[in-house]
Design a protein around this ligand. Structure first.
Ligand code: ADP
Length: 410
């Protein structure tokens, strides 16, 4: 039976609930007169009291565990080696649409769940989350479609791990699951919304840019320098907006997995040097220095995509450090990797924020006065990882930052 509330698979605390009574075959006179008997009797009393305490503690812990499992939004299931259900909390029962009764037999969980992969194909016996966990695999947020009679499929994520005995053999598996159907729908709507808005904003913005460019040329030609400088502000603002829209669009494409790579053999030193030449000619450009101990670093990449990732790092280094401090781009070869480091002497990044830096829309708390969407590093990470590379940051607040990209040599 697994229907009633949560059930712990831990052994029930069955210690004595009755008051402890001193035990002895001897009469009380004998006990009090024989010191050995008296001592033995006292030890028995102490042992019984201890046992009672342990039993109460076990009961408390069991009740605590039940309350905890019952209050979780995540479904928790424990199965044995045959896939039989040993524990199922109320959230799991609701997610799986299992009856809220005491009478459901504890047969294989797999039999109750009709799981498909995200493309709609049924899961093979080896791919079933319970089987994976029982094989000793540890996984998190593996997403599947759960089919339920007469209802639309639900999207469920599973995390799983094995419980082993002293001989390190897998004896049970724990699955933690979450219904993410509504969350995914919201994400989909958000993607659609962002793509739609950014697409519709692009055309009028392009028109503004062309007109402002034209206006600036005319004003300059007429010797109206102050007015031309204002037109230049207009151009700069429109360009900023355009790059933000581009970031939004790109991140939407990346989220939907629509990034295609066109890889060609490329020299990373050359790519980085060319990129610095293409930087818009302003006071910031002179701060960027390429410093490579290597004459070349051959990699096989999609140059356009990689340039985008590197450009994001350079633009951040310039954005978060003040002139005239230099921004150094260093390309090195270590083992079978080419490493590009983008080093600045700017505001730095608090160590506690480093793990989140590459998340979508993440911005360091203190950096909110500088314009940005929190997408540049996310895009860079997606691009680098699509190339089989790694990206990370080394920094401390107030001590500059070094962002590194490692790519397989090839
Ligand atoms: P944003 O558009 O906000 O710059 P990014 O994804 O490019 O977004 O960067 C995420 C956050 O990481 C930024 O908001 C900023 O706080 C921090 N960051 C990135 N690069 C640097 C850097 N070189 N120096 C200091 N902070 C940085």
């Amino acid at each position: 039976m697994y229907g009633a509330g949560t059930r712990s698979f831990r052994p029930a605390a069955d210690g004595p609930a009755h008051p402890v009574v001193p035990f002895s075959d001897a009469s009380s006179d004998e006990v009090s007169s024989d010191p050995r008997l008296r001592e033995a009797n006292e030890q028995l009393v102490v042992a019984a009291l201890r046992q009672q305490e342990l039993a109460e503690e076990a009961r408390r812990q069991s009740a605590q565990m039940d309350a905890l499992l019952a209050s979780l939004h995540e479904g928790v299931v424990v199965i044995d080696r045959a896939g039989r259900i040993l524990l199922l909390n109320p959230a799991a029962r609701e997610i799986f649409g299992l009856p809220d009764s005491d009478t459901t037999p504890p047969d294989s969980l797999q039999r109750h769940l009709d799981l498909l992969d995200l493309s709609g194909a049924p899961l093979g016996p080896d791919e079933w989350p319970g089987s994976r966990a029982l094989r000793g695999e540890r996984f998190s947020d593996s997403e599947h479609l759960l089919m339920r009679a007469g209802a639309a499929p639900r999207r469920i994520t599973f995390s799983g791990s094995a419980i082993r005995n002293d001989a390190a053999e897998v004896v049970r598996a724990v699955l933690v699951c979450r219904d993410v159907t509504e969350l995914r729908e919201l994400e989909r709507q958000q993607e659609e919304y962002v793509a739609l808005i950014s697409h519709d904003l692009r055309n009028p913005l392009a028109a503004i840019l062309v007109t402002a460019d034209h206006l600036q040329m005319m004003l300059t030609a007429k010797g109206l320098e102050a007015e031309a400088a204002r037109a230049q502000l207009l151009i700069r603002g429109a360009k900023q907006m355009s790059s933000m829209i581009q970031e939004l669009l790109e991140s939407t494409l990346l989220e939907t997995g629509a990034m295609e790579l066109h890889r060609v053999p490329t020299d990373l030193v050359r790519l980085v040097t060319d990129l610095t030449v293409q930087l818009s000619p302003n006071e910031d450009r002179v701060r960027v220095e390429v410093e490579s101990p290597e004459a070349s670093a051959p990699v096989c990449v999609d140059p356009q995509r990689l340039e985008r990732a590197v450009a994001n790092l350079i633009s951040n280094a310039l954005k978060y450090s003040a002139a005239p401090a230099p921004v150094v781009l260093r390309v090195e070869r270590t083992g079978n990797e080419a490493i590009l480091s983008v080093i600045d002497q700017g505001v730095g990044i608090p160590v506690r924020e480093l793990p989140f830096l590459f998340d979508r829309f993440y911005r360091v708390q203190k950096a909110t006065s500088v314009q940005g969407l929190g997408l540049g590093l996310y895009i860079a990470r997606q691009i680098v990882e699509a190339h089989g590379g790694r990206i990370w940051a080394e920094s401390a607040e107030g001590h500059g930052s070094t962002l590194r990209i490692a790519l397989p040599l090839g």
